[in-house]
Design a binder for this molecule. Sequence first.
Ligand SMILES: C[S@@+](CC[C@H](N)C(=O)[O-])C[C@H]1O[C@@H](n2cnc3c(N)ncnc32)[C@H](O)[C@@H]1O
Length: 223
Amino acid sequence: MRLRNKPWVKEYLEKNDKYLINWDKETKINLSDLFNNKKQPVHLEIGCGKGNFITNHALKESDINFIGMEKEETVVGVALKKTLAEFEQRNKEVTNLKYFNDFAEDLSDIFAPSSIDKIYLNFSDPWPKARHSKKRLTYRTFLDIYANIIKSHGILEFKTDNDGLFAFSLEEIAENKNWELIYQTTDLYSDIEALKNNIPTEYETKFHTAGKNINKLIIKKTF
Ligand SMILES: C[S@@+](CC[C@H](N)C(=O)[O-])C[C@H]1O[C@@H](n2cnc3c(N)ncnc32)[C@H](O)[C@@H]1O
């Protein structure tokens, strides 16, 4: 997601840097230094966009620490503004969510092996051209990176409106020994059980409202 340059973002992020992760690019991030409640599990959303999903998860699951990773700084600014407003509205302090302006490609340098409890990928860019397939966030090299940073038998959940990306992801998973598929649907909104705890993202709301089927899969690390 690219947004028009928003002049307020830089200053806003500087002022609110306690809600951001700053990585020195040399040492891995020590997760227990990040959050006041050090012992809580850490869930990571990659490509969090404007933050609806992770904000609502953080509000609902105060016993989990959340990291929203997003490559676009402007989008991080918009997401953080939303988070702070939503928490303030409920008279709550944001103690279990931080944003991280960085790229999924760097995850193995950023986090120690087996340090993340759960990963979410929501409506990742589809990169429809075959020559761009390696950029898709469910391409085999990314699946290997996720398997490296996630804990033993950790779970990754993926939702997308894009049927081509979904089919591609299932093929990549079938070929990858690090992961086993434990759930899949091409129509999340007809699975009442799966919908019970579903928190929609901005893209999900947009596509579902327009009548598009929403795909979801869940995979589990095999070791
Ligand atoms: C299509 S948007 C979906 C946003 C949000 N997850 C949603 O469902 O509404 C994909 C987001 O992932 C971010 N993104 C794409 N590739 C990324 C990467 N390699 N690392 C981190 N973020 C990435 C984009 O900047 C964009 O905000």
